[in-house]
Design a protein around this ligand. Structure first.
Ligand SMILES: [Fe+2]
Length: 143
């Protein structure tokens, strides 16, 4: 059933009354991308996968947001010889929001709770494959 205008206004008013601003994500090839451009063939992105052009789909970190829980996944197979080693989540001021190191039999997925007052900031997700190097996706946090 579609969300009616009345329901929307009611929920928006409840959120505003509670002092909360709902957060959302948008892909953001902004200032984080210019940092990455300084290191071609070291950090790979959707726009510049470098020598691993055919590997982008299985290496770019996939970031989603539900409430203030931000999840990073890399849709990559995991085996003893080839696996995702680590995720790192960095805010645009360089502060590390979270990281996780994986063993070859782990699932490459991590979830963190965003700190307050991050609306309008950019977050960079990094994923490192032991064979295909470092991959990055950046997102604007709307809210
Ligand atoms: Fe890989």
């Amino acid at each position: 059933m579609p969300f009616s205008r009345r329901q929307f206004l009611s929920s928006a008013a409840a959120v505003a009354a509670a002092g909360q601003v709902p957060l959302a994500l948008a892909k953001s090839p902004t200032k984080m991308e210019s940092l990455i451009e300084l290191l071609p063939n070291v950090i790979h992105t959707a726009n510049d996968p470098g020598r691993w052009k055919k590997k982008a789909g299985s290496h770019l970190p996939d970031v989603s947001l539900e409430g203030s829980s931000l999840t990073v996944k890399t849709h990559h197979g995991m085996s003893r010889k080839h696996y995702i080693v680590r995720h790192l989540l960095v805010l645009d001021d360089g502060s590390v929001l979270g990281s996780k190191t994986y063993a070859s039999d782990d699932k490459p997925e991590m979830t963190i709770t965003l700190p307050e007052n991050v609306g309008g900031r950019t977050v960079l997700a990094l994923s490192f494959c032991n064979r295909h190097d470092l991959w990055a996706s950046s997102y604007a946090i709307l809210g």
